[in-house]
Design a protein around this ligand. Structure first.
Ligand code: ATP
Length: 343
């Protein structure tokens, strides 16, 4: 199967992370004989400065013609880029795994959870108004939006530890969180083999620190998911390790959870793991969607090579290591070749 992959390198540390990720992707492509066409597309702060638009039409066209997109962080224009792309392509599920990796400063070594965040509605809909000297924001929760994100979470749990926790605050936001919670409860009946429970968001924030190993799949609304997934990323060792997918019915965009980290941009010290693992998620999504074993193997090899590199103490300065972004990418590619020979 030939895949067209749109690549948005983005701004800040995005181009450096992209380069290191491409090194690893080229290696897996060569080893497995994957057929990839990588098409570069522009978006973000630099694109705004140079072309007057953060997300030009030709970029949207490239995305329309691609099977998936791999994207680096873009900077201040994130709302005009990724939020817009989510809306344009109805990428309703924001999937953010947090897994303890060897050599990373995780709170515990046994955390393996995924935050499944509703990505299109809630408080991030952007419906805000000013009335006299008050500012008002509307929170939109729909039955359809809640149903499809709940179903996504249960399907994912079937492939994991079969445990879904719906996180909300229905005791206070009785109608909006109430509808979300009720819908999750209804969908849970379709999945008797998956254990289902509910947790208020404040308790979830606490339990993510106290006992993160007890979580498997967290399903929640847009803003709660945004916040809890950053917390979960820190629980397993920091933003530099955190990948994500924005997933719709026919298209998906994979990107690091973090922003463009201008403080370390251009120094070749950014950790590319968040983007390499985003690429791993992309191959997993493509492989599952198309029944393509090669793509699933690519996903597994990328994740295993990153894990093995960290196990050997190979890491960038954010994890206390001395590798540059470039040399880390090169070493992960070498390890990937090594692992693939053994399997
Ligand atoms: P945004 O609001 O756009 O999400 P932010 O203010 O949350 O951005 P980030 O850019 O996400 O900030 O990063 C916060 C800090 O974490 C950075 O300043 C940087 O020091 C560190 N950081 C983020 N990503 C990485 C990475 N891949 N490698 C190393 N350090 C990172």
């Amino acid at each position: 199967m030939r895949y067209k992959i749109a690549l948005i390198r983005g701004g800040g540390i995005g181009p450096e992370q992209s380069e290191a990720t491409l090194t690893v992707i080229s290696k897996v492509e060569e080893i497995l004989g994957l057929d990839l066409e990588i098409i570069e597309a522009e978006a973000g702060d630099r694109c705004l400065a140079e072309r007057g638009k953060p997300l030009p039409e030709d970029t949207v066209e490239i995305l329309r013609e691609s099977h998936a997109c791999l994207k680096g962080p873009v900077g201040e224009t994130a709302a005009d880029v990724i939020v817009k792309i989510r809306q344009l392509f109805d990428l309703y599920a924001n999937v953010r795994p947090a897994k303890s990796l060897p050599g990373a400063p995780a709170l515990r070594p046994d955390v393996d959870l995924v935050v499944v965040r509703e990505n299109t509605e809630g408080l991030y809909k952007g419906y805000e108004y000013e009335v006299d000297d008050a500012a008002i924001g509307l929170r939109v929760i729909t039955k359809r939006g809640s149903e499809r994100i709940a179903r996504y979470a249960f399907e994912l749990a079937l492939k994991r530890k079969r445990k879904v926790i719906a996180v909300h605050k229905a005791n206070v936001m009785r109608l909006t969180c109430g509808l979300f919670a009720k819908t999750c409860r209804e969908i849970s009946k379709e999945y008797p083999e998956v254990s289902f429970s509910e947790m208020y968001v404040d308790a979830a924030a606490m339990n993510l620190i106290r006992s993160p190993q007890d979580f498997d799949v967290i399903v929640t609304t847009n803003m709660f998911g945004d916040i809890l997934s950053d917390e979960a990323a820190q629980v397993v060792g920091g933003l530099g390790l955190a990948p994500s997918g924005n997933i719709g019915e026919g298209f998906a965009v994979f990107e690091p959870v973090h922003g463009c980290a201008p403080d370390i941009a251009g120094k070749n010290i950014a950790n590319p793991v968040s983007m390499i693992l985003s690429a791993s998620m992309m191959f997993e999504w493509l492989g599952s969607k198309n029944g393509d074993e090669k793509s699933l193997t690519a996903s597994r090899l990328l994740a295993e090579a990153v894990e093995e590199a960290l196990r050997r103490g190979i890491s960038t300065p954010d994890l206390g290591g001395s590798e540059s972004t470039t040399s880390f990418g090169g070493k992960v590619a070498e390890i990937l070749a090594e692992i693939s020979e053994k399997t």
